[in-house]
Design a protein around this ligand. Sequence first.
Ligand code: SF4
Ligand code: SF4
Ligand code: SF4
Length: 318
Amino acid sequence: MENREMEQRLRQEARNLLEQGTVDCILGYEAGSLKFSTTPMITSNKDDTDRLVISPFIVNNLSASLTGMDGKIGIVAKGCDSRSIASLVQDNKVNRENIIILGVPCPGLIDVRKIELLLGRDRDELEDIAREGDKVTVTVGGKKSDLPTAKVLFDNCLACELPTPQEYDVILGESPPPVTDPEGSRAGIERLEAMSGEERWDFWRSEFSRCVRCYACRNVCPACFCQRCFVEETEPQWVPSAARWQDNLIFQVIRTIHVAGRCTDCGNCDRACPAHIPLRNLSKKMYDIVSELFDYRAGIDSGPVPLLTPYEASEAKD
Ligand code: SF4
Ligand code: SF4
Ligand code: SF4
């Protein structure tokens, strides 16, 4: 089903939910102020539902907002977002009965930065981006260029394990044929794995020297839901607040460990970083470790309790 048809269906479903009083508000996406972008939209006004959009640019994982919201909420969710919701329900952070999931079967999101790099053009110069299956056609100055879809999707989408939500109340279309490239998706991690310890240390020193400690990575992450984050504790102060690279690195290492077993590889943290630090090299590595050690993928294999909560004395100590 085309985005346009899904969008029409979404607008109608959202309007019905508000009109019937089934939900207090709708959490979805509307067009952003930049070209080829969207921004989260929250509304309790049924007439606003005409502004809801579905496009290859609905990048935010909206479930990150659920823990701070009251009432009944209708939320637009792609496959990875629905996994985060399932994980939040498992953690008792969200009551499933208060959520109506409007599920979007997702063919992958387009990374406009990759297009800018491939074509050597700025976002503002791009006139149109149109996807048809495994081809994306970009128009610049009236001239069309075809790019393979696998070259312009976000890295996490290239390894997507659940494009269509398995947890939903309304599904807005049919499952799209996947375009995946698991090796391409892990290329950055494999480059790091091939380095010596010293080279890897230098790499992260250089990357985290750019961190400005804005906490965008934490704030957009649905798995980062502590009421008081360790990084803001003052007694004891685990991490000084000044943005020194060593402390920036410690912050991110601890954050990565804290979300182990909850991270769904949604890519939200990586996209949010204004310094373009490749955070997915940490989060996806941890995701793979959890998957390998425990045969567990958050929001897909979720049982009644979170992965790392129960402990048996008989468990291996290593
Ligand atoms: S990870 Fe999957 S569900 Fe999430 S945005 Fe990418 S393709 Fe869509
Ligand atoms: S989003 Fe980037 S710059 Fe901001 S705290 Fe996280 S790593 Fe640092
Ligand atoms: S750590 Fe990053 S990729 Fe993992 S759930 Fe949080 S925002 Fe998504």
